[in-house]
Ligand binder design. Structure first.
Ligand code: NAP
Length: 341
């Protein structure tokens, strides 16, 4: 199949491109600047090794019509490009505008391309829930029927950007009948990166976990998923004509401190993971120093999150590896690539 992947240079998209090339597809990847070897060199190397073929195109989320050339002749468009950052900047300009306008622009270009029959959107569990407390108020188990109703521009702006973008994608999909929409909602993605970029949030987070930048943590748990399972789900959503709706991708919901403890146990003395617990009352005092608000601590620290990921197993055939294996594989890649000592 001829398949387009927006944001092919990203951490998640690297594995998506790899999976599609391994299955023999022709991948039309979009990147902001295809001449940046540091962002696309690993993709070209994959195309040299694997059965599929790769073409790279220049496209920007904020430019209407930018994806037309890349989408031409494609049956499926995988829209992964969207900024993922949890800190700093202008939330409207840096997160919401590119997520929302980018979705409108990419989907308008899909509609303008006759060959496109399906759009696969990389959304997030952040569009399913915003605050950890939401799980409690919704019966203790979140599934694909739930939507994030608590994030705002001034409270959890990244989850807000993913929520408004996914809602807009459903609105656009329902207003036409040329293509159908399949949405993937991954948890926090971890696992080895195919590039040596360190500016992605997942990679940066693992580096911080390993190098002592987070020596202690408050009780916070989140759904996690291996980047290789995320890529597999994208490829299945591309190929399975019967796929439909949203799909939570999570290997389980695990506290950050548990991940820190595993790193300490599996690599004694080698890394500096968070192992000390910050009580909630201290979190209230410390939060502003790390850019978190009182409200963030109140509705996120100390709450259990549980998500039902059964649909992704039943309908996309995903098999989740244990998170501990994912963490160890990620650390091994970071060491091998000289990104952590
Ligand atoms: P990433 O490595 O930062 O990749 C983001 C991609 O979006 C990059 O290719 C980036 O292009 C592209 N992009 C950003 N702004 C753009 C713009 N204005 N025009 C064109 N492209 C633009 O992040 P990631 O972790 O792989 O995330 C990929 C997708 O997965 C995102 O939709 C994210 O929300 C979603 N997701 C990620 C996670 C996670 O834990 N990582 C979890 C759930 C969902 P450049 O290479 O040019 O910067």
């Amino acid at each position: 199949m001829r398949v387009a992947v927006t944001g092919a240079s990203g951490y998640v998209a690297g594995w998506v491109v790899r999976e599609l090339l391994a299955r023999g597809h022709h991948v039309c990847g979009t990147v902001r600047d295809p001449s940046r070897e540091d962002k696309v060199g690993h993709l070209r190397a994959l195309a040299d090794e694997l059965p599929g073929t790769l073409e790279l195109f220049s496209a920007d989320l904020m430019k209407p019509g930018s994806f037309r050339e890349a989408f031409a002749g494609c049956e499926v468009v995988l829209h992964t490009a969207s900024p993922f950052t949890l800190s700093g900047g202008d939330p409207e300009k840096d997160l919401v505008e590119p997520a929302l306008e980018g979705t409108r622009n990419a989907l308008a270009d899909a509609s303008a391309t006759e060959s496109v029959r399906r759009v696969v959107l990389t959304s997030s569990v952040a569009a399913v829930f915003g605050d950890a407390k939401e799980c409690q108020t919704r019966g203790g188990l979140l599934d694909e029927s739930h939507w994030n109703e608590t994030s705002r521009l001034d409270h959890m702006p990244y989850p807000y950007s993913k929520t408004v973008a996914e809602r807009e994608a459903w609105r656009i999909a329902e207003a036409q009948d040329q293509w159908d929409l399949v949405v993937l909602n991954p948890g926090f993605v971890m696992g080895p990166s195919l590039s040596t970029r360190v500016d992605g949030t997942s990679v940066e987070y693992m580096i911080n976990m390993a190098t002592g930048k987070m020596p202690a943590m408050w009780d916070f748990e989140t759904p996690w998923v291996d980047v290789r399972e995320v890529a597999f789900a994208h490829a299945e959503a591309t190929e399975r004509s019967e796929a439909s709706g949203r799909h939570i991708l999570s290997c389980g919901e695990v506290p950050m401190l548990t991940v820190g403890r595993w790193i300490a146990e599996d690599h004694p003395g080698r890394f500096k993971p968070p192992t000390r617990r910050i009580p909630k009352w201290v979190a209230y005092l410390a939060a502003p120093l790390f850019g978190f608000t009182f409200e963030y601590v109140r509705v996120n620290v100390g709450f259990e999150v549980r998500m039902d990921h059964g649909k992704s197993e039943r309908e996309l055939g995903v098999t989740y590896r244990p998170l501990r294996e994912t963490v160890n594989d990620h650390l091994e890649q970071l060491v091998r690539d000289g990104l952590i000592p």
